[in-house]
Design a protein around this ligand. Structure first.
Ligand SMILES: [Zn+2]
Length: 322
């Protein structure tokens, strides 16, 4: 076996998996204001950005050859229903319009996350109802709000709509709303299997979306279940999703592999905030070789079967790959 490992040119010739800047999607957190660049404490190198700063960031990403951007919003104010999510002048809608008008937009796929948790005062991904046992997130009434949100983001300029809420039936509801709004050419990237994970912790600081009570285990998936993940994917495909996103990545690489062997639609995987933060912490301690660990973590996601990776390391990785 060692004959084929003797030089870098030989290793490059027989390499099975590639990683390119175009395979990477860079998440951005949009906030109100001007000239705002607020670093997220638990995610060094990740910032909440006002729209003018986000445009600059988008142009940088485009210059590095990154494939696309994924948008999250921090609204001015929140309420019970999350009305900021589908407001035509909502923070992400404004950001999409600004970036769509920049030179960066021609080189980047602009993906809008669809969920309510950044916009609801209680921080859950849907409408809350009181029950005898306490509370529940109501499924079907939430679908109408998600559908409105998806259409609003597409009309504002999103190239792809990416629902992350994990309500049942949301892909179908969003597809219908997109078609009615005249956005029949806008594809859906559904977070088809999204597990209830401890690795989302730092994101909740970045997006200010921590649930004020309870947890998300009644809608996000149980980490023990791979067959259930396949059912989620089948259902989303049946409802018309064009691509699927798996989340988190590293603790669930076997689920990505299983999906790859089962379906032929493009698959993305999200290297989530906790995966990023623990690597950053190790780099800060000098415990891991930063450059090699970044590329190895992303190559693993590609080798598992993902076509593209959403990652906070997108810019770092693109520079290393240049
Ligand atoms: Zn959510």
């Amino acid at each position: 076996m060692r004959r084929l490992r003797r030089s870098e040119s030989m290793r490059a010739l027989v390499r099975e998996t590639t990683l390119e800047p175009g395979d990477l999607i860079y998440p951005l957190f949009l906030c109100p204001g001007e000239g705002v660049r607020r670093e997220v404490g638990s995610m060094p190198g990740v910032f909440q950005l006002s729209i003018d700063e986000a445009v600059r960031e988008a142009e940088g990403a485009a210059a590095l050859g990154i494939g696309g951007l994924l948008f999250f919003g921090l609204p001015e104010s929140k309420d019970e229903e999350g009305t900021g999510a589908w407001d035509q002048n909502g923070i992400v809608q404004q950001g999409l319009r600004a970036i769509k008008n920049s030179t960066a937009a021609k080189k980047l796929v602009l993906i809008a996350d669809v969920c309510l948790c950044e916009y609801t005062s209680h921080g859950h991904c849907g409408i809350i109802a009181e029950t005898a046992e306490g509370w529940t997130v109501k499924n079907d009434p939430t679908l109408d709000l998600l559908a409105k949100t998806g259409a609003s983001l597409a009309l504002a300029g999103a190239d792809v709509i990416a629902p992350s809420d994990m309500m049942d039936g949301r892909v179908g509801a969003i597809r219908t709303a997109l078609d009615i709004a005249g956005c029949e050419d806008t594809p859906i990237l559904s977070y088809a299997s999204k597990f209830a994970s401890a690795f989302y912790g730092p994101f909740r600081e970045a997006a200010d979306s921590a649930p004020q009570f309870g947890d998300r285990k009644s809608y996000q998936m149980d980490g023990a279940n791979i067959r259930e993940a396949m059912r989620e994917i089948d259902l989303d495909l049946g409802e018309g999703t064009d691509m699927i996103l798996m989340k988190p990545a590293m603790p669930y690489l076997d689920v990505i592999r299983a999906a790859r062997e089962r379906v032929d639609v493009p698959i993305g995987a999200y290297q989530v905030s906790g995966e990023y933060s623990m690597l950053q912490a190790a780099f800060a301690k000098g415990w891991l070789d930063r450059d090699r660990a970044i590329l190895e973590s992303l190559l693993g996601i590609r080798r598992a079967g993902a076509d593209f990776a959403v990652t906070y390391f997108a810019k770092d990785a693109a520079k290393l790959l240049a």
